[in-house]
Design a protein around this ligand. Structure first.
Ligand SMILES: [Zn+2]
Length: 350
């Protein structure tokens, strides 16, 4: 394994960040290559925990001559966001200066030629240069896994419709309970930027590829056991795709969870601000009309309670981890079987 430190100058003198990039050279040029990154949203750590346990497994495979395809790993993809603290709280989703989500506004390229991306010393903000650098690292790989997490959540995947059903192998390897399928969000998340040039390839070349945002459960699902088992899941997938050779691993592709287009996801939002009392937990299956959450707007007065119900039957995929909400904020995601009346274009979340 080779460790490369890529320094990016800050936007004012005396500041810089370092991107730590781990590289494993593949022994077989024909084997698919893989790129894995974690924590693009600063403090989303389940993916980082998985990589913490995966990297020694990759090193062992390398020592034993079993790394077939090139592998690049960036365990902390966003040192800028990782350093954003305010009033003792970490805030890693939006860049402080621009308020732009770190996982939006990536450049969308028509081909794999990255020569037009802003150079590392371009007269551009650090956030833009960092995004360009991450794309330069990821795009030469056939497999790109961007590891995130939700608030309180089951383990699920975002996958472009063009990669289905081939990518059920990843869902099976990771034990994902659901897939959210999309075709265009126009918000240019990292996943979309990595998928964009792939979608211009002929279908048979596309099939061998995999691009995804992995949502490894919730923010607090960070522990030894989960990290280890997620690392094993990633390893199983890499073996299944031929990036690593390991005859002891056999993957059964048996994913049979819901595959829900984004427009079928009911984003339940708070009609008023207040205290959230959830009636359902993640993984629950509910009928249409079932109580989902009550927003208490006048504590002590039940007349101030606003109870939200399920617009259609489905599965509760995620809940917010906080219990105090603002008007209009997301409360939970319900996976429906039909289009949501409140579906809107773009990503599900800001
Ligand atoms: Zn994220």
């Amino acid at each position: 394994m080779k460790t490369e430190m890529i320094a990016l100058a800050g936007d004012v003198p005396g500041n810089s960040i370092e991107l730590r990039v781990l590289r494993f050279e593949g022994r077989n040029e024909k084997a698919p290559s893989a790129y894995l990154q974690s924590s693009l949203h600063g403090s989303e750590l389940p993916g980082q925990a998985a990589l913490h346990f995966l990297i020694p497994m990759l090193e062992k495979a390398e020592k034993e001559g079993r790394v077939a395809g090139k592998i690049t790993v960036v365990p902390q993809a966003n040192p800028l966001g990782s350093a954003q603290w305010l009033a003792h709280q970490h805030l890693g989703r939006f860049e402080f200066f621009s308020n732009v989500n770190f996982n939006r506004s990536f450049p969308l390229l028509e081909t794999f030629d990255t020569s037009k991306l802003p150079e590392i010393d371009a007269p551009k903000s650090l956030a833009e240069r960092l995004k360009a650098q991450l794309l330069r690292l990821a795009l030469p790989h056939e497999i790109v896994l961007d590891l995130h997490c939700d608030d309180e959540s089951e383990s699920y995947l975002y996958i472009h419709k063009a990669f289905l059903p081939e990518m059920y192998d990843l869902a099976s390897a990771l034990g994902s309970t659901a897939v959210l399928s999309w075709d265009s969000t126009a918000d240019a998340a990292f996943e979309e930027a990595c998928a964009h040039p792939v979608l211009h390839l002929p279908e048979e070349q596309r099939k061998a590829r995999a691009v995804t945002t992995v949502e490894f459960r919730g923010l607090n699902d960070v522990d030894v056991e989960t990290g280890r088992s997620d690392a094993e899941g990633l390893y199983r997938f890499l073996v299944h795709r031929g990036v690593i050779s390991d005859s002891s691993i056999e993957l059964k592709v048996d994913f049979n969870g819901p595959v829900t287009p984004l427009e079928n996801v009911e984003m339940i939002r708070a009609p008023q601000g207040g205290m959230i009392l959830f009636h359902v937990d993640i993984g629950d299956e509910v009928e249409a009309g079932a109580k989902l959450a009550t927003v208490v707007t006048v504590p002590g007065d039940p007349n101030g309670d606003v109870t939200l119900t399920a617009p259609q039957a489905g599965r509760i995929l995620t809940r917010r981890s906080h219990r105090y909400t603002r008007r209009g904020d997301d409360l939970l995601k319900l996976l429906g079987a039909k289009r949501s009346d409140s579906a809107r274009p773009g990503s599900l979340e800001a």
